[in-house]
Design a protein around this ligand. Structure first.
Ligand SMILES: Cc1ncc(COP(=O)(O)O)c(C=O)c1O
Length: 413
């Protein structure tokens, strides 16, 4: 564990989290570099075959975090021009960047082609034709894969399930062959691979195996039609433990075995797009308790972070473990832990048993390293929190807390 209590006080690696709070204030995201490196290494070592790990930077797009992975040899899975800029700035090799997303627009396609990325994962025929047109205009060939929707149920939260027919993602499995045949004839297109991603936070990776088996069948069919596939990109989706009483950590070794088995005998390079697995449990959000109040039987602990800082509980009803920064042995209370935002959905936990924390002391929201800061907003005109990266016994601010000036930058009266 890279976040642990010593003498009832929380440490991030060898740094007292209270030291960070004293220097940087709250709310603050705190990341552990060691956790990131450990998770990456675990993932990397599980595979025997040649592969590229493209960190899904939508999970945590801080430059220092991306650089941590780039320094380990990681690529990046990006979904926008902004993410491409971040990946390049952080030192990710262009030849290890894959571009996902359902609606890549002209200037994003141009930027990707000019940067020389590994491939664009195409999600519709319209998009294919647009990419072809942009590439032709530039006198280039766009390296592509199709994101194929294998129609496999990932058995996760509906909002993060992406590989079913009813989801907007990818091209239908049954139509993929025709689309590849069409793409083969296009002057501005170079077919490189096949991609799929069926959902996020999968605690059982068997649905990814099932999807891989379907995709392997498709690749065989493509090969028999003279279409060479040199890359298979199996997306991300491996889950993490949020609730240590209920969640069982998926075995990354079993996952690796499943994927290698599904693509055994195929001469292709494996690409992965993990996000949450690499960073989720490497981050916490620390927030100060501002007030307590009771409305009849209901108790509220009101903290200085809100849904604008960490959206997951409001958006998915996601569980995050919450504990005091200092465990003082106070009596336990049952309460809703809520933020200051004018929305009933502004909560981090409901009817939650926690050792009581006095006003002015801090709580810690665990497992906030993925889809935490990246989903934050300025709702209610609140400056976004600072981000801090801990490395051993040192820490540094890797994104400054936003100021009131930042809030109104670019606006005109
Ligand atoms: C195409 C694609 N790849 C990778 C990911 C990363 O998923 P995860 O964080 O579950 O690994 C996502 C998440 O939404 C995605 O849409």
């Amino acid at each position: 564990m890279t976040f642990k209590y010593v003498d009832n006080e929380l440490y991030a690696e060898s740094v007292k989290v209270s030291e960070i709070v004293n220097e940087v204030g709250t709310p603050v995201y705190v990341y552990s570099k060691k956790h990131f490196i450990d998770q990456f290494t675990k993932f990397h070592r599980a595979f025997k075959r040649d592969h590229i790990i493209c960190f899904a930077i939508k999970a945590n797009s801080n430059l220092a975090v991306i650089k941590t992975f780039a320094d380990l040899g990681a690529g990046a899975d990006i979904v926008s021009k902004g993410e491409l800029l971040r990946a390049l700035k952080a030192g990710v090799e262009p030849s290890k960047i894959v571009f996902s997303g359902v609606a890549k627009i002209k200037d994003e396609i141009e930027y990707a082609l000019d940067s020389g990325i590994l491939m664009l994962n195409v999600e519709s025929e319209d998009e294919l034709l647009n990419i072809n047109a942009v590439a032709k205009e530039k006198g280039k060939k766009a390296p592509i894969s199709f994101r194929v929707n294998p129609d496999v149920d990932p058995k996760t939260h509906p909002y993060i399930s992406t590989g079913l027919k009813k989801n907007k993602f990818g091209v239908p499995y049954e139509e993929a062959l025709d689309l590849y045949l069409k793409a083969k004839e296009l002057e501005g297109i170079e077919i490189v691979g096949v991609q799929f991603h069926i959902g996020s936070q999968l605690l059982d990776t068997t649905p990814i195996y099932d999807a891989s088996v379907r995709i392997a069948k498709l690749i065989k069919e493509l090969n028999s039609r003279g279409i060479d596939i040199s890359v298979v990109d199996v997306g991300g989706g491996v889950g993490i433990v949020y609730n240590d009483k209920e969640d069982k950590e998926p075995s990354i070794e079993k996952y690796a075995e499943q994927i290698e088995k599904a693509f055994d005998g195929f001469d292709l390079r494996l690409v992965f797009e993990p996000g949450r697995f690499l960073v989720g449990n490497g981050g916490i959000l620390v927030s100060q308790v501002v007030y307590h109040k009771s409305n009849g039987p209901k108790n509220f602990m009101i903290v200085d972070a809100g849904m604008n800082d960490l959206l997951r509980p409001s958006l998915y009803n996601a569980y995050h473990k919450i504990e005091p920064l200092f465990k003082k042995g106070n009596k336990t209370i049952k309460c809703d832990i809520v933020g200051p935002i004018c929305e009933t959905g502004d909560f981090f936990a409901r009817d939650y048993e926690i050792e009581d924390v006095e006003n002015g002391d801090c709580i810690v929201v665990f497992s906030a390293g993925a889809y935490g800061f990246t989903m934050s907003s300025n709702y209610n005109s609140r400056p976004r929190p600072a981000e801090v990266l801990v490395d051993g016994d040192e820490f540094r601010v890797v994104r400054a807390r936003e100021t009131l000036e930042d809030l109104i930058r670019g606006e005109m009266l």
